[in-house]
Write a protein that binds this ligand. Structure first.
Ligand SMILES: [Zn+2]
Ligand SMILES: [Zn+2]
Length: 444
């Protein structure tokens, strides 16, 4: 077993009852409080949506959410690991539960046509002016996070333990969670026994949630390859070593890593997303640049893929007759690596039980793992091996999901300029789901 500690944790996690008693009025209490809080939460949501901020620039966003946590009665630390925020609410003996939201938005020009659409443009950290949009729905996450904080603060007689509310920066570029852990999140604050988060879904109907045990999101690697050659006149190729032909061969050969070298039941992706070389019709250039994204679940497949790319690049360059000092230069951007997200099976089963008890079993879907990345994984990748559960939150009007199924016209995906979550049912379901999970994990 790769994670022997999980067996022990599984026994601990499964010990308490996973179905909450519904007969003591708790569900009604939460439903009434969610309804009472919703109008002010919708104001917050629209404000966050209209005023998005890019990764590592979430200054006003973080201040707003910190203010909300403080108002709910949390002890709040700001500017932790960059613009990160940490809210702690201690409520007697018991486990510590980490609940995470992300804070950042994307450089996308919003085209939803909503009255509260973003028209924000900013100068990014590279000095370019870009549009900004909450195109991944992190504004939904922050609103649910705030609502859940209010719920747990108002119902301290219903749970016991500590909650650690973490607002992490820079999820979209995969560096924010690591920055908070490096800043000492697990040393300076209570160390969590579990960590949970949600991410909205651009394909599931609002009112539903989705879980999957085991891997849910992939290892994400970013790689640059510079294919080198010997340039010259396009009419005299015999005097050159053409890097464009070599790059084309390499792109073709890379396709065999997944199809011929990887066990068919082990997911992997090798995508060459960008290829640039040359300046003019009749000049053979000196180099071609490739940009790749690599995806996998297991560490073994990840390592193999990277090594296979190195071998194929070198082999093709040798076949092209290039000397040793002109082998392709391969850079794996370790600082941008996002590890795969592993949903602890025992914890996920328990969270799913709570979600089903509160939302109804037919509202809790089983979702497929995906090859996208999510740096929530980092919270489970320290030596503490904190068990994680990331679940999905439906965010699309049910009639739009039905229409898409009927017409075959796909819905706007996450990161689309047209992605427009339907706020009220999504936020209310998110708060109910997160509160249900927390009350179960912190049951007295
Ligand atoms: Zn995203
Ligand atoms: Zn996202």
């Amino acid at each position: 077993m790769k994670h022997p500690t999980r067996l022990l944790l599984a026994a601990l996690v499964l010990a308490p009852a996973s179905l909450l008693p519904a007969a003591d009025g708790l569900h009604d209490l939460v439903a009434n409080k969610v309804a009472a809080e919703y109008p002010s939460l919708e104001v917050l949501y629209k404000d966050l949506h209209t005023h998005p901020e890019l990764s590592l620039m979430e200054v006003k966003t973080a201040a707003k959410i910190a203010g909300e946590l403080r108002a709910a009665g949390f002890e709040v630390t700001e500017n932790f690991g960059g613009t990160g925020i940490v809210g702690v609410l201690k409520n007697g003996p018991g486990p510590t539960l980490l609940i995470r939201t992300d804070l950042d938005a994307l450089p996308v020009a919003e085209e939803t046509g909503l009255p509260y659409a973003s028209t924000t443009r900013v100068t990014n950290l590279a000095g370019q002016e870009v549009p900004v949009m909450q195109a991944c729905g992190h504004d939904i996450h922050m609103t649910v996070f705030t609502g859940t904080a209010r719920m747990l603060a108002a119902m301290q007689d219903r749970w016991s333990g500590t909650v650690l509310f973490v607002g992490q920066p820079a999820e979209e570029i995969g560096v924010g969670a690591r920055a908070m852990l490096t800043a000492g999140l697990y040393q300076k604050f209570p160390k969590p026994d579990y960590a949970i988060a949600l991410h909205d879904s651009a394909s599931m109907p609002a009112g539903t949630v989705g879980t999957v045990e085991g891997y849910i999101m992939a290892n994400v690697d970013t790689m640059d390859i510079t294919v080198r050659g010997i340039g010259g006149h396009g009419a005299y190729p015999q005097t050159t070593k053409d890097p464009i032909v070599l790059a084309a061969r390499i792109v073709g050969a890379l396709q065999t890593i997944v199809s011929r070298e990887t066990r068919p039941v082990e997911p992997a992706v090798v995508t060459v997303g960008s290829i640039h070389g040359g300046t003019k019709h009749n000049i053979i250039p000196n180099e071609v640049k490739l940009q790749l994204t690599l995806r996998s679940y297991s560490d073994g497949v990840r390592q193999h893929t990277i090594e296979a790319i190195r071998r194929i690049c070198r082999g093709e360059a040798i076949a092209a007759g290039l000397p040793d000092d002109l082998m392709p230069v391969i850079t794996v951007k370790e600082e941008e690596f996002t590890p795969s997200t592993y949903n602890d099976p025992a914890l996920t089963r328990r969270v799913r039980g709570a979600l089903a008890a509160w939302l109804g079993a037919d509202q809790v879907l089983s979702v497929d793992p995906e090859m996208g990345g999510e740096d929530f994984s980092q919270f489970g990748r320290t030596q503490d091996k904190v068990p994680l559960c990331l679940f999905r939150l439906g965010a699309v009007a049910p009639e739009k999901v039905a229409e898409s199924q009927r017409t075959g016209v796909p819905l706007p995906s996450l990161h689309s300029s047209k992605f427009a979550p339907v706020p009220e049912p999504t936020i209310k379901t998110g708060i109910t789901a997160m509160t249900a999970a927390a009350l179960d994990l912190l049951a007295k």
